[in-house]
Design a protein around this ligand. Sequence first.
Ligand SMILES: Cc1cc2nc3c(=O)[nH]c(=O)nc-3n(C[C@H](O)[C@H](O)[C@H](O)COP(=O)(O)O)c2cc1C
Length: 201
Amino acid sequence: MFIQAADLRKSLKYDPFKAIIAPRPIGWISTISKNGVPNLAPYSFFNAVGSDPNMLGFTSSGIKHTLINCQDTGEFVFNLVSAELVDAMNLTSAAIASDHNEFEFAKIGHTPSSLVKPPRVDNTPAAIECKVTSIQRLKDLNGSDTNSWFVIGQVVGLYIAQGFVTSDNRFDTEKANITSRCGYMDYMRAGELFQLERPEI
Ligand SMILES: Cc1cc2nc3c(=O)[nH]c(=O)nc-3n(C[C@H](O)[C@H](O)[C@H](O)COP(=O)(O)O)c2cc1C
């Protein structure tokens, strides 16, 4: 089966794009508005996009509070979604007014970050503090503006919860029980880790 992008909706009932690019890590992004209201929302058009320095990026489909806060204050925090936090994460995807605190709405505790103003989620296995380096509105093949904004932030600090550093000094990815986004209404819990050595040529 081959489907031209323009025919996707005609050929399949649902666009399979997000089910193919899966599982995607969930960037559970905390920000703070210019008036000081904390905000928290999940973004699965999200990933690590660079190293040296480490960079994180996510895409806002439309102008959402997280994007506005990043534009206004230049800071965001990534919070890791463990299986235990998945229901709370889902609650924070509700479209609530910008002057409402999503932490309070979803009854999620928060702790001040070290180097940026947005707080981190209590009980997250890890959080990454970022300062925004660029915000780009994506363009399509015709050079026309799309409804997507790509926010990139440079990592300025990294928090790991107690008990998530292994005896050999690594982050305990398996224990973190990471939950990721697939297509449709599907999510995936991280499975077993395995190791591969890089090829030597
Ligand atoms: C798991 C998950 C992933 C999501 N990923 C995105 C995304 O990548 N981009 C986006 O614009 N919205 C995404 N959403 C929807 C936003 O979380 C939702 O629109 C939210 O209300 C935005 O909040 P904000 O306006 O406070 O930023 C996602 C929702 C869920 C549940």
